[in-house]
Write a protein that binds this ligand. Sequence first.
Ligand code: IDP
Ligand code: MG
Length: 147
Amino acid sequence: MERTFLMIKPDGVQRGLIGEIISRFERKGLQLSAAKFMVIDQELAESHYEEHKGKGFYEPLLEFIASGPVFAMVWQGDNVIALTRALIGKTDALEALPGTIRSDFAVHTNFNLIHGSDSAANAEREIGLYFSPSELVNYEHTIQRWV
Ligand code: IDP
Ligand code: MG
């Protein structure tokens, strides 16, 4: 069982896509472990995206990600990191495969709707930035044996 951090960005919230996006993970058979509707401050934005510091899109990205509410989540399931990255699609909307979230709804790379952890190490780091251990809900997800 693996965990990942997923976050609907300010553009996804403003476009009314929270339900649409979450339903894709639910239908896949993944298990929701935590969720929080919040506005990111500058310090959290910098920590989240520290790997991109110095890149051309870094400063606009920080401004964008803190520009309005986001919907932060933890999901779990077998291979959940790779599975959710596949459902999300490539970073550039032009390269995202049809049927993925970014292909279906995004036009520009800087408004690509959702963040998803790209490795187990980053997932644990990002979960820790947004959630305390007590906010992760442990429960039996009865469909797991059918997926
Ligand atoms: P990812 O979200 O698919 O993991 P990363 O390479 O980690 O993509 O980039 C983080 C975020 O930075 C992207 O989701 C996107 O919002 C933004 N970004 C990345 N590359 C570009 C770019 O070339 N132009 C504008 N924004 C970018
Ligand atoms: Mg990334």
